[in-house]
Design a protein around this ligand. Structure first.
Ligand code: CTP
Ligand code: MG
Length: 264
């Protein structure tokens, strides 16, 4: 299912020719949100009366690029997702959008999103819908890093808490040196071919010796031998995981995103 500005709204003869998109964004919103336990998929939980995923759609399609958004949602939410797109994305947007049903694991959802990107895309960002307030500036920082270096780039924040290794019973065994540790966020950016190849290799290795499923795309790329660099992350790109994160996101919405909810 897709909506493209070109298909819905033929370009008038005197307008600039439609530029082929080179930036792709896979916005993954197909998770069940089990740790949150809201009874609806996490990306469809509402903040200030808006489903979380709506903030991500608005941010991505406001990026000043000709781009294609692959929005990955639970299969039974596809119609709702298309309605959201019609509300949020202006008809003459330089962004086209495809809605894709997700997979069982996050990496499967990403792969389905990648498969939906047009051939002209050279740079891909993968972003969690569960991080609704990642800023346009953060997206641009990641895009610039990928395009300048030619390797993958992910936002990272230093860890301020003391970090300890514990056993299954919660007994502390040691303090871990936090200096070389960072907390990684999304959007994560990649040369398109590299990410697509890493995901298909990961798929081949699914099964007997698969080990644990990768929880982000940087890990998929690293497992296939790729280099991943970090760029500075931001607190407002915080992810909704448990109920405790809801209050934090409400606060971020009020402090950093004033006017955004109204502008949607
Ligand atoms: N995601 C997805 N498809 C999946 C699993 C996750 O598209 N099969 C998406 C989620 O919608 C979310 C992002 O990946 O935007 C990050 O995943 P996570 O925080 O783990 O979300 P959930 O899997 O929904 O939550 P939980 O693990 O608590 O069930
Ligand atoms: Mg999950």
């Amino acid at each position: 299912m897709s909506r493209s500005a070109a298909a819905n709204d033929p370009t008038p003869a005197d307008a600039a020719p439609h530029t082929l998109p080179t930036l792709g964004v896979v916005l993954v919103a197909a998770g069940r949100g089990e740790r949150l336990g809201a009874g609806v998929p996490k990306a469809f939980v509402e903040l200030h009366g808006r489903p979380l995923v709506e903030f991500g759609i608005a941010t991505v399609t406001s990026l000043p690029h000709a781009g294609h958004l692959a929005l990955v949602v639970p299969g039974d939410r596809a119609a709702e997702a298309l309605e959201l797109i019609d509300q949020v994305v202006p008809e003459r947007s330089a962004w086209s959008v495809t809605v894709v049903p997700g997979g069982r694991e996050r990496h499967e959802s990403v792969r389905f999103g990648l498969d939906a990107l047009p051939a002209s895309i050279d740079t891909v960002l993968v972003h969690d819908a569960a991080r609704p307030f990642a800023s346009v500036e953060l997206f641009e920082r990641v895009i610039e890093a990928v395009r300048k270096t030619g390797v993958s780039a992910v936002p990272a924040l230093p860890i301020s808490d003391t970090v300890k290794r514990v056993d299954a019973a919660g007994v502390v065994h040691e303090t871990v040196d936090r200096a070389p540790l960072v907390a990684v966020q999304t959007p994560q950016g990649f040369p398109r071919e590299l990410l697509a190849a890493a995901h298909s290799t990961a798929q081949l290795h699914d099964g007997e010796d698969a080990g644990s499923a990768p929880t982000d795309d940087a890990e998929v790329v690293q497992r296939s031998g790729g280099t991943v660099r970090t760029v500075p992350g931001e607190v407002r790109a915080h992810k909704l995981t448990t109920q405790a994160d809801l209050a934090l996101l409400e606060a971020i919405l009020e402090v950093n995103v004033a006017g955004v909810a109204e502008a949607l």
